[in-house]
Ligand binder design. Structure first.
Ligand SMILES: [Mg+2]
Length: 378
């Protein structure tokens, strides 16, 4: 890796917006329309730069100033362990310095083939926007309409928030509404689409069984966070599904993931691991994904609510054989130019461009650094 010092560090909050307000999940109230990003740009003395989401504090960031790139990146362009608080800006910088997409560095594949990388994604926007509607028919029709809007934007896989009976509706009414919504979404997006449900730990074993039994004809792809991860209950759910002839995958791992989760994945209780792309980090995900591949467990990083996860997550797909989905939370953020990316036939099309292939609007970013951000320079 070239020798160059980090000569400038800038960090700024940026504010994105979703096209539609995101409603409740099983445990939280309305998620809203705003998406908060904290973006760091690192610039070398030679003027090369990289940027990405980064929550490092001013104090942590200050220690990076004047550090030589050679001490932060390995010879093949990976981020050294001690610098992983700056994972995303450093991967972007490494790719920029080499003229290589991050997915080529990550997968140690040839760069510059000219063909973009295509990685499956799902529309994650189907929140509980129906809670003010009295009838299950009207509620289900609204969420089905949202799924149709995703289909129009080229999505072919969809995740639905369920667990209405955990907090926002009486238990029986909420469970019935969940089932009506799942059936209506399946009807709206056709038999080929993959549909996942996410209970945010709002079910228990018996509710999970009931919902899966009553939606068996919908052929759900995965059930995410049915209840707080528990190997006894997951084993029971697996055994029950086998007896019922169901093959819905068990997905877990976002949020306060149990430390034993990897053990349970190895033992076969969890089929899809979902550690958050930002809190776990890109470099750690490379290690985790390799381990999950060895156990034949799928990888599908969570990232909801940070916008840039739409783009960066899929760069793991060249390195992680079991990479199943990018979670797509449709958002636009003034200052972030992501026009090199698109969603096409249910896939994120990732550009064959240096780094993560995103661009920062300098004027917008500089204004945000001045207004609420921080910076260091040599
Ligand atoms: Mg979730």
């Amino acid at each position: 890796m070239e020798s160059a010092r980090i000569a400038r560090i800038e960090s700024a909050p940026l504010l994105g917006r979703r096209p539609r307000e995101a409603g409740n999940n099983s445990r939280l109230n309305i998620h809203g329309i705003d998406v908060h990003l904290q973006v760091m740009r690192l610039t070398t003395a030679d003027g090369a730069s990289g940027f990405g989401l980064c929550f490092a504090s001013r104090e942590e960031a200050g220690q990076l100033l004047s550090r030589d790139i050679a001490s932060l990146l390995t010879d093949d362009g990976r981020v050294v362990k001690s610098a992983r608080a700056f994972d995303f800006p450093l991967w972007d910088l490494a790719g920029t310095l080499r003229g290589t997409p991050v997915y080529a560095l990550a997968g140690r594949t040839e760069a510059g083939s000219g063909a973009p990388l295509r990685v499956p994604c799902y529309d994650t926007s189907l929140y509980m926007n129906d809670l003010s509607l009295d009838s299950d028919e009207a509620g289900a029709a609204l969420i089905a309409e949202h799924a149709r809007q995703g289909y129009e934007k080229n999505h072919r896989s969809f995740k639905i928030k369920v667990g209405r009976g955990a907090r926002h509706m009486p238990l029986e009414a909420g469970t019935r509404r969940d089932i009506a919504v799942i059936k209506a979404v399946r009807e709206a997006v056709g038999p080929e689409a993959r549909i996942m449900i996410d209970a945010n730990n709002g079910y228990n074993l018996n509710i999970a069984k009931r919902v899966l039994a009553e939606t068996a004809d919908c052929k759900l792809f995965w059930l995410e966070e049915a209840f707080h991860e528990d190997p006894e209950l997951y084993e029971a759910l697996h055994d029950w599904m086998e007896a019922e002839g169901l093959s819905v995958l068990i997905a877990d791992g976002e949020g306060w993931a149990a430390t034993a989760l990897m053990d349970w994945a190895r033992e076969g209780f969890v089929d899809v691991m979902q550690y958050d792309i930002f809190s776990h980090g890109f470099s750690n995900w490379l290690d985790t994904g390799a381990q999950l591949d060895a156990w034949r467990v799928r990888s599908a990083p969570h990232h909801y609510g940070r916008h840039l996860g739409n783009y960066v997550s899929g760069h793991l797909a060249t390195a992680v054989a079991g990479f199943t989905f990018v979670e797509w939370d449709e958002t636009s953020t003034p200052g972030i130019d992501a026009s090199t990316y698109r969603v096409e036939d249910g896939h994120v099309v990732i550009p064959d461009a240096p780094g993560f292939g995103l661009a920062l609007d300098d004027a917008v970013f500089r204004a945000a650094v001045k207004d609420g951000g921080f910076e260091f320079s040599l």
